[in-house]
Structures are given as C-alpha cells and as structure tokens.
Ligand binder design. Structure first.
Ligand code: MG
Length: 365
C-alpha cells in the first residue's frame, strides 16, 4: 500500500481483502477508495459493511467471495499475499480469469506448482515474483531470455539461530523465534525463516517459477541479506541483485515490471557493509531444508504434504504446544505416512492437504 500511495498516478486499488484485520481493511479502504473489499472472516462482515457502505465501497465476505472477486473485469493484476495454502484457490481463479499475478504467496507454487504454471501458460498469464529472492533472480534474468540458466543460488540469512547447536534449538521459545535479524514479516514466514523451512519452500517455488531442474537450485547462507539471490549462466558468469533488505522494492518491481520507477527507499552504502560473508547451510540441525529437497525430488503430492504438515507444525509451535525441533519431526512423519500420488489433480491436492493436517494434529496430540 505504501508503494501504491507513493505512485497514485500509476496504480489504482480496485479490490482490497483481509482475513481478520477489519480495522486495517477499513482504514486502507477509506484511504485508497477501492471499488470493492472482501473480509475473509464472515463474522466481521457487519462491521466492515457499516464502515464502508456509505462510502460507495461494495463489501463482501467469505472464501467464496475472495475467489470470485478476482475475476472482476476492471482488475489487471492480482497481488496474492494470503498466508499458506489458503492462497491456492483464489490464485487459480485469478489465473483462469486471465489476470496477471504478483505472487507473494509462495505456498501456492509449493503445493501445486505444476498445475499453476501450466495453467498460467495456457491462459497467457504472467506470474511476477514478490518474494525477494525470486524477484532478485527475475531481475537478474531481465534481458537474458535467450540465455539458459546453469543454476540459481538462493541466499538465506540463516535466521536468528544461525550457528546454534541442537541443545540450544531444543529450548528455543516462540518470542526468540519471532525476532528475525534482517526482515520484518508476518509470524508464519518469520518462524519458517528461523527453521529454514522458508528457504526450503523457496527452493520449490524457484523451480516452478523459473522452470528449473531440481539440481539447478542451490542455497547459500548470507547473513547480511544484501545479495538477494544470484543466477549463474552457462558461461560461468554470475549475476547478483543487491540492496538493503526492504520488501517495498520487490513489491514495486512486480507492480511496475518491466519499468523501474524512481523510489525514495533507503540506498545501500557499501561503507556500512565492509564485508559480505557466505557459508553452507547447516542441514543437520535445520532438517527442514533437506526435507524440502526430498519433497521436491519425490514430486507428486509430496510438496503439498510438506507444506500442510509445516503449516500445522508452525501453528502449534506458535501456540506453544510443541518445541522448535519437533516441527521437523512432524513434517518428516507426515511425509512418511501420507499416501503418495504421482500426478495429483486439484482434488488430490485438496484431499492431501486435509489428510495431512489431520495426521499432523494426530501426531502432536
Ligand atoms: Mg523470501
């Protein structure tokens, strides 16, 4: 919303949605005057309606409304920033309606990457990455369309527990895990960053976004978070995209592509960063990254299992029902126990997601 407010002559908000944060939805709607809003939680409809109806803003509620509002003729681009699996259905509907997608919801591609990318191709729809690493790769690829990628290197900050041992990680608390050193994000992605699951999900996301083979996606830990990711081409040259960690830049690029718009974001000064460092991820203490690679290799509904088990594990960690390391145990157990489907349909994904959530809660209780 800050990016759009700074460039009101270029971008217009047609629809705004929220799940539970009715107050912010109302506040932003009064500022940006969208045509319509959707509040996901139907119990909050009356409140939003009372606040916005007299301002000539249409108000809808519920998951069904969310999935159909993206079809409106007046929409050019849909920024999908729902958390987790919930983003899948509205994203598919938006693609079917021929809308370009600015994708902040990585779980959509993790769960159903093949389905989403083939549907986007069929509909001639572009998917612009908002995830900072994928935006970096997308930016490195500008002007390189004829040049095959040898590999991509996703950078990871390593999160707040980089270098910590098993004993430490066993006792990590919720509030420790919610403090990310470089990025300010929502609770789910912050926990995923601390456990390296975020990087695992991003590996799968990258495979689908850029049409890569599994072995073409590498991860390197770069604690300063200045290089946002890199592409290595077939001549051995590596291009990197750099800047201060600030989500407004990848969001703006997804909205303005292929144009770069002048911004007032703080600039990187190398005097503040005399050294940029790199190390290998610790796969022994942070099992999630390895589990994500396993899911990617196995294919089929396995990434969907990984994602659903992780969503439950993170939610239960945030409720302080399980420990930090137990999150990986639950994901691994679900990957072991949920029936494998080689070529899942949309219904198979829905069923796999549901079964996995039940199984994960079973294991926890
Ligand atoms: Mg990211």
């Amino acid at each position: 919303m800050e990016v759009i407010a700074a460039h009101a002559g270029i971008f217009q908000v047609e629809v705004l949605t929220a799940q539970n944060n009715a107050d912010l939805l109302i506040e932003q709607s009064l500022q940006f005057k969208p045509n319509a809003v959707v509040i996901g939680n139907e119990g909050l409809y009356e409140k939003v309606f009372q606040a916005l109806d007299r301002h000539d803003i249409k108000v809808y509620a519920g998951a069904g409304a969310l999935a159909s509002v993206v079809e409106m003729d007046t929409i050019d681009l849909v920024l999908t920033a729902l958390v987790g699996y919930a983003g899948l259905w509205p994203t598919i509907k938006a693609i079917d309606a021929g809308k370009n997608i600015a994708l902040a919801n990585k779980e959509t591609l993790v769960v159903a990457g093949e389905l989403i990318t083939s549907q986007a191709r069929k509909k001639g729809v572009n998917i612009y990455p908002v995830d900072s690493e994928h935006s970096a790769i997308f930016q490195c690829l500008a002007g390189e369309f004829e040049n095959p990628i040898e590999k991509i290197i996703l950078t990871a900050s390593g999160g707040p527990f980089r270098g910590k041992d098993h004993q430490f990680l066993q006792r990590v608390t919720k509030s420790q895990a919610l403090k990310h050193p470089n990025w300010e994000m929502g609770a789910k992605v912050t926990i995923d960053s601390a456990s390296l699951m975020n990087k695992g999900l991003e590996v799968i996301e990258a495979k689908w976004l850029f049409g890569l083979r599994n072995e073409q996606v590498e991860v390197v830990v770069h604690p300063e978070s200045i290089i946002h990711s890199m592409v290595q081409f077939e001549d051995g040259s590596i291009k990197a995209q750099m800047g201060l960690p600030d989500m407004r830049l990848p969001i703006q690029y997804a909205l303005s592509y292929p144009v770069r718009i002048k911004s007032a974001f703080p600039r990187l000064d190398f005097a503040d960063y005399p050294s940029l460092t790199f190390e290998q991820p610790d796969l022994e203490n942070f099992r999630n990254l390895g589990l994500a690679y396993d899911a990617l290799k196995k294919g089929g509904n396995m990434p969907c299992v990984l994602n659903a088990a992780n969503e439950i594990a993170v939610a239960e960690f945030l409720r302080e029902k399980i420990g930090f390391l137990e999150m990986s145990d639950i994901v691994a157990a679900c990957m072991d126990k949920i029936p494998f489907i080689t070529s899942p349909s949309f219904e198979d994904y829905v069923n796999t997601d549901r079964e996995t959530r039940i199984k994960a809660l079973d294991i926890i209780n």
